[in-house]
Design a protein around this ligand. Structure first.
Ligand SMILES: C[C@H](O)CC(=O)SCCNC(=O)CCNC(=O)[C@H](O)C(C)(C)COP(=O)(O)OP(=O)(O)OC[C@H]1O[C@@H](n2cnc3c(N)ncnc32)[C@H](O)[C@@H]1OP(=O)(O)O
Length: 747
């Protein structure tokens, strides 16, 4: 790939076109920043240049500052690797340039890309250009003046919404808001931008410096009210994310002290003498925090999941999937169908009788309506989506489907029967997918001769909301089928992670000790609700027992059996779920769980379960000396999560995931494992996913803790060979697994 560069061409009209060239998204890498400084200096000093147009090569303006630099800063612990862009480039060379500069934006202008454009004196955009400041998703705030210029261009409320929710807008909306001066076709973009720049030079159009504007900010008291509400909201929605409050502080600073001169002069004198802008100072503080470290890791880890050796690197092209059949209209099946119709894929939903079919269709309608109510979908789009759905009771519609996803109950004989029928009912190219969460795919397809097109499409509930799609392949699944499913996954806006075939696959396999260790702790005498609360303070949205209530006890009993069978050496068999079922409870589904569920209020611990828990302890009979063990909150969290790390080690060693970071992404998106720093313990560490977190905690600490607990409480905690080896040799758990050390590579 050619080195990133910035070019400049001066036309006969006296307009210099400065172009960013750094495919695929023209990220503002260090050489690009340096190149921009050079070209703007040259254009400013040349007599033949009357005006300047800044644009990006290849139909994309810029995806923002180069996030690889953040990684370098984290690696070296040296913030001085960040170049000074906001003052030297955006203020001095662009906004204060004595020649007018117009940004010609197309495709996307995100983060630093949009900030450069906002420093220009006008912005012309191609249709449907994506405009946004998503920096908060990386643990930082906009650092090239975005916190100051966006409120001045679109108004304070809209700017806060765009920054705090990292919500981008289209150029059409940007034009209505005043961020964009004109929307023109791609073909006309450069021509119109050149003329616009010349018009500014000739004073036929206004020469506007965004940082000077105040007309959209409202009065100081109005602004303070908006900021107050935003602070309360951020406290609720992002309690562990320091960048949200910091962003609001920086915006407020600029509003109180005035735009350009206020921010630069006052802050220079009063608050941040070492940096020119308060924004830059806060940006540099935030980039060094563990929050950013975790979030940047997840950014790259997520992108890495689309690179699967021997699938995405062998020149295959994805085949189109236009019509999908979903078998089973239960919770999972209807969620899966919803995800497809929302993204314009025609779905045939099959059920065994009209009662179940109607129920499935009603659930799908409710899913879609729910999105409209929450403002996530327009009524028009909802109507169009529902037109993509057809309910059926037989296989007659299956003759031209491109993919079937089976989502019936976890029964081996039933699944085997369905797959034999599918082989006859579907065309030979059709992908045969199962949504099983635990059953071995070789067993599902045992009665067919179509093993090459059998694949797991493991969605997480609710399937139309949760972003993870585990794509499970066997040794015989063809690369084409894997690539096709990865492509559909992206179309339906999931993050597909390709994993190997084993009981539970990657996420459920790595996390099966999560629920088991929680139940083990209960049998050792620890309070159920204390466990949930400790896990919530750690950063997971709900604890293992609230999760149990949500999933339903029938599902929990069935999956537990699969894991007991597959991993008897390290499975803890708790009587708790059976006792709860026997007492007529089934969690949230029947309103009777470990918690009580009342409409409109949060679940409350149900004290009437205490006798059941006592009975569970009596039957387990593992409390040392018959007395409850005494543990701190920190120990609770570690005794629940270190066994997950231990199982993750086996997942890595067996090659169930392509790379450790795939398991990080899967844990964040499938289990809602926190992607940012963990704030509860005395030692603050970043998260970024289960393996990244374990490395931050230290493999040796995890190993010695597990070893101690295995001596006290048995084999459930016994450290795996992989963990022991890595801990004793001081090798990070995330370091690649060499093929020789992979005992049973699945991928
Ligand atoms: C100081 C400033 O305020 C700070 C900043 O600007 S921070 C950066 C703010 N910008 C962002 O957060 C945008 C991040 N990027 C994205 O959201 C998406 O990549 C996108 C919408 C630009 C494009 O999405 P899509 O077309 O699906 O392509 P995607 O696979 O994500 O990215 C393509 C490649 O570009 C890379 N890339 C995207 N944005 C990048 C960036 N800002 N820096 C470095 N690399 C970037 C990706 O890592 C990926 O690389 P790979 O092919 O080697 O894996």
């Amino acid at each position: 790939m050619a080195a990133p560069r910035v070019t400049m061409e001066v036309g006969n009209d006296g307009v210099a076109i400065i172009t960013l060239i750094n495919p695929p998204v023209n990220a503002l890498a260090i050489p690009i920043v340096a190149g921009l400084k050079d070209k703007f200096e040259e254009a400013t000093s040349r007599d033949d240049v009357k005006a300047i147009v800044l644009t990006g090569n290849g139909g994309r303006f810029s995806g923002g500052f180069d996030i690889n630099v953040f990684q370098k800063v984290h690696g070296a612990g040296d913030v001085s690797l960040m170049p000074d862009v906001s003052v030297e480039l955006v203020v001095n060379l662009i906004e204060d340039c004595k020649k007018p500069i117009v940004a010609a934006v197309e495709g996307l202008a995100l983060g630093g890309g949009l900030e450069l454009a906002m420093g220009c004196h006008a912005r012309i955009a191609a249709p449907k250009t994506q405009l946004g400041l998503p920096e908060l998703t990386l643990g930082v705030i906009p650092g090239f003046g975005g916190t100051q210029r966006l409120p001045r261009l679109v108004g304070l409320s809209k700017a806060i919404e765009m920054m705090l929710l990292s919500k981008s807008i289209t150029s059409e909306e940007g034009w209505k808001l005043g961020l964009i001066d004109a929307v023109v076709t791609s073909e006309e973009l450069l021509k119109v931008s050149r003329l616009w720049a010349l018009d500014i030079a000739a004073r036929r159009k206004p020469w506007i410096r965004s940082l000077h504007r105040t007309d959209k900010l409202g009065s100081l008291s109005e602004a303070r009210e908006v900021l107050k509400l935003a602070r309360l909201q951020a406290k609720k929605t992002a309690p562990n994310m320091p960048q949200h409050q910091a962003c609001l502080d920086v915006i407020e600073e600029g509003i109180v002290h005035g735009g350009y001169s206020g921010v630069l002069k006052c802050l220079l004198l009063l608050r941040a003498p070492e940096f020119d802008l308060y924004e830059a100072k806060v940006f540099k503080e935030l980039v060094m925090l563990d929050t950013s470290r975790g979030l940047v890791h997840v950014f790259f880890a997520q992108r890495a999941t689309s690179k699967v050796p021997n699938v995405t690197d062998i020149g295959l092209k994805p085949r189109g999937v236009r019509k999908v059949a979903v078998i089973g209209g239960g919770l999972m099946g209807s969620g899966i169908a919803t995800a497809h119709i929302l993204n314009n894929i025609y779905v045939v939903l099959k059920e065994v009788n009209s009662e179940y079919l109607l129920k499935g269709i009603k659930t799908i309608e409710a899913n879609v309506r729910g999105l409209v109510t929450r403002g996530k979908l327009t009524q028009d789009k909802a109507n169009n989506a529902l037109k993509m759905l057809k309910g059926v009771l037989d296989y007659s519609e299956f003759k031209d489907v491109d993919m079937v996803i089976e989502a019936v109950i976890e029964s081996v004989p039933l699944k085997q029967k369905i797959f034999s029928e599918l082989e006859k009912a579907c065309p030979p190219h059709c992908i045969l997918a199962t949504n099983t969460s635990t059953i071995d795919l070789n067993i599902v397809g045992e009665k067919t001769s179509s093993q090459d097109r059998i694949i797991g499409a493991h969605f997480f509930s609710p399937a139309h909301v949760m972003p993870l799609l585990e794509i499970v392949r066997t040794e015989r699944t063809s690369a084409q089928v894997i690539l096709d499913l990865m492509t559909v996954g992206k179309i339906i806006k999931k993050v597909p992670v390709v994993v190997g075939n084993c009981t539970g696959f990657a996420v459920n396999r790595a996390f099966f000790p999560y629920s088991q260790s929680a139940r083990l702790l209960v049998s050792l005498g620890v309070d159920v609700f204390r466990i949930d609360s400790a896990i919530r303070s750690f950063g997971l949205p709900i604890g293992p027992f609230q999760l149990l209530d949500l999933a339903g006890y029938g599902v929990a009993a069935a999956t537990s059996k699969e894991f007991d069978k597959a991993f008897p050496d390290r499975s803890f068999q708790s009587p708790l779920v059976d006792l709860l079922l026997k007492s007529g409870r089934n969690g949230k589904a029947n309103g009777k769980g470990l918690y009580t569920y009342e409409k409109g209020s949060k679940p409350k611990p149900d004290p009437s379960v205490l006798p059941i828990i006592e009975e569970c302890r009596r039957l387990s009979n593992i409390m040392p000396g018959g007395k409850p063990i005494s543990v701190t909150e920190k120990e609770i969290v570690e005794m629940i999560l270190f066994p997950v790390v231990n199982e993750s080690c086996r997942v890595l060693e067996e090659g169930i995931v392509v790379r450790a970071s795939d398991l990080d992404v899967a844990s964040v998106l499938g289990m809602s494992f926190p992607s940012y720093r963990i704030v509860t313990f005395s030692k603050l560490v970043w998260s970024g996913g289960i393996v990244f977190w374990a490395d931050a905690v230290g493999a040796n600490y995890v190993y010695t803790s597990l070893k101690k607990w295995s001596q006290l409480y048995g084999n459930f905690f016994k450290p795996s060979r992989f963990l022991e080896e890595r801990a004793t040799k001081g090798i990070p758990l995330s370091a690649p697994v060499s093929s020789s050390s992979t005992s049973r590579a699945r991928l």
